[in-house]
Write a protein that binds this ligand. Structure first.
Ligand code: GAP
Length: 514
């Protein structure tokens, strides 16, 4: 656990050091849970978005995109249920004046018990060596069993309180577990209250009568309220989808784990409108399609799992998360929900206009059902960064820090380097840059030793480095170095483009999804 935390800290500082992610307002000591993307981060982020966007809109002739505004009519959030129910339970410590999410305090307590079990197992594994039977130990060791039973009892009580929305019981659990405030160390807790996560602001001058509006907490509602606009102007026939990428805002009480939980973040959402009764079949299809999209990046199939929801939101009739193994455990990256006709019906009720689809094949009108796929860009970014980072021990004893980014997502695809800064090598290298740059993000680098330059490119995940030397001037060949294997080969300049393209091409990656 400590090792994983350590690894995570290294990833966060690497992200800053190499221009991927900076704390927002850094020179003012940052703004909690808000981050800026640097020169490499923005390229990686754009590539993730492009991969998603093209997998939706290019690969499906029945999916189109939109870009709706962040500000929306406030009644939309009443209709969607966000005004009344988009809440987290919070609790304050009277001594430190710090505010916490009550559910997170209890989840941390559960994690502590899990930690204790893992520690017992690790200790025993060391003690027994090769003869250690982990499964048997977990099933029979009295101390492990005691912890397990404590965990199960607490988990059950907690799940019940959450499901009943029982704030008093949440507080009682905190008291009974003797959970203390990490700052003051005391148990002087207030009552638990509901806290709405939406940011509110004023639109228009007060003289005109300002209207309270919200910063959208999800992009999905922009799709629902444009359902008829898109369906009619695009002459879309069900089944069809609308995709959108955009910013969302949530006043998260507990903001931690870097870009995993942010107050300003980006979502990639797609609402797929289907005939009532066919939604579960489509849910199954989208579940598979989205998992395939993740796995095609080659970050390791074993790092993904589904988490099917047992308890469903009142508007859903099926829901699952795609979880990824982060340095802090398996966590949700994407949600896939069968949302019935809840949202469209609610908007119909609140706006007073008919929102229906006339199905020419059935000869009848209905409110379409919806399958939603919703993924956070920043969380996806974190999965890519975390799974790519390696401090690799080399044969000569040195350690290189390398990002094994999927080549299609790498911010820089190829770096071109003259071996020395003279004899016409920089000019030749520039010539190569000038041909490659129209197809690939290309960097020119002539500073420091060639070894240092390779390391710099490894650290930002550049899949290819090209070195121009004196032989290049004679026979038009260069050294091509591969990031992961560090192998070098002599290739003709005229072959470079096709070699690089084979690995970094987004369209080739998209073809693997078919
Ligand atoms: N329209 C459905 C919806 O918004 P959600 O599970 O609340 O569902 C979808 O969010 C995805 O958005 C999550 O799976 C996650 O990737 C991302 N996300 C949600 N809250 C986030 C936050 N505070 N910071 C970063 N990403 C977040």
């Amino acid at each position: 656990m400590a090792q994983q935390e350590d690894q995570f800290k290294k990833i966060v500082s690497h992200a800053k050091e190499y221009g991927f992610v900076f704390p927002s307002s850094d020179i003012y000591d940052g703004l909690s849970a808000v981050y800026d993307y640097g020169q490499n981060g923005v390229e990686l982020k754009n590539n993730i978005k492009r991969y998603w966007w093209e997998s939706m809109t290019l690969m499906h002739d029945n999916i189109v995109g939109i870009d709706s505004a962040i500000f929306m009519h406030p009644t939309i959030w009443k209709a969607s249920g966000h005004v009344d129910a988009f809440n987290d339970p919070l609790i304050d410590n009277r001594d430190s004046k710090k505010r916490y999410r009550a559910d997170v305090l209890i989840e941390d307590e559960l994690a502590k018990i899990e930690d204790k079990i893992e520690k017992e197992v690790t200790k025993a594994a060391k003690r027994f060596g090769d003869s250690f039977n982990e499964t048997l130990y977990r099933e029979t060791n009295p101390r492990v069993l005691e912890y397990k039973s404590k965990y199960n009892a607490l988990h059950e009580r907690f799940a019940q309180a959450m499901s009943d929305n029982n704030l008093e019981e949440l507080r009682q659990i905190i008291i009974d577990c003797e959970i203390v405030c990490p700052i003051s160390g005391t148990r002087n807790w207030t009552e638990v209250r509901q806290f709405n996560l939406m940011f509110k602001t004023e639109m228009g001058s007060t003289a005109d009568g300002a209207m309270s509006v919200y910063l959208r907490p999800e992009t999905a509602q922009g799709i629902f309220v444009n359902f008829l606009n898109v369906q009619k102007t695009g002459r879309m026939r069900i089944p069809f989808g609308i995709a959108q990428i955009g910013k969302a805002f949530r006043n998260e009480i507990v903001a931690r784990q870097f870009i995993f939980r942010m107050r300003e973040f980006e979502q990639m959402e797609m609402q797929f409108f289907v005939r009532p009764g066919e939604e579960l079949e489509w849910f199954k299809k989208w579940k598979e399609t989205r998992m395939k999209w993740h796995k095609a990046l080659g970050m390791g199939d074993q790092k993904y799992r589904y988490h099917d929801h047992e308890k469903l939101a009142h508007y859903a009739n099926a829901a699952t998360d795609i979880e990824f193994e982060m340095p802090f455990g398996f966590k949700e990256v994407e949600g896939i929900h069968s949302r019935t006709n809840f949202d469209l019906s609610q908007h119909e009720k609140f706006c007073g206009k008919k929102i229906q689809y006339f199905d020419p094949e059935l000869g009848e009108s209905y409110t379409p059902y919806v399958i939603e796929t919703s993924i956070g860009v920043d969380r996806m970014f974190l999965t890519v960064l975390a799974s790519s980072y390696e401090e690799q021990k080399l044969e000569n004893g040195e350690v290189r820090t390398v990002l094994h980014l999927p080549a299609q997502l790498a911010p820089v695809k190829v770096a071109v380097m003259p071996l020395v800064k003279k004899d016409g090598l920089p000019e030749k290298a520039q010539e190569i840059v000038n041909t490659l740059k129209f197809n690939f993000a290309t960097q020119y680098d002539e500073k420091d030793s060639i070894g240092k330059r390779y390391r710099r490119q490894d650290a930002i995940g550049t899949p290819f480095c090209i070195t121009v030397d004196h032989q290049t001037l004679d026979d038009n060949t260069v050294t091509l170095r591969h990031r992961d294997s560090m192998q070098q080969e002599r290739v003709n300049i005229s072959d470079i483009e096709s070699i690089i393209d084979k690995e970094v091409s987004l369209s080739k990656l998209l073809k693997t999804l078919v």
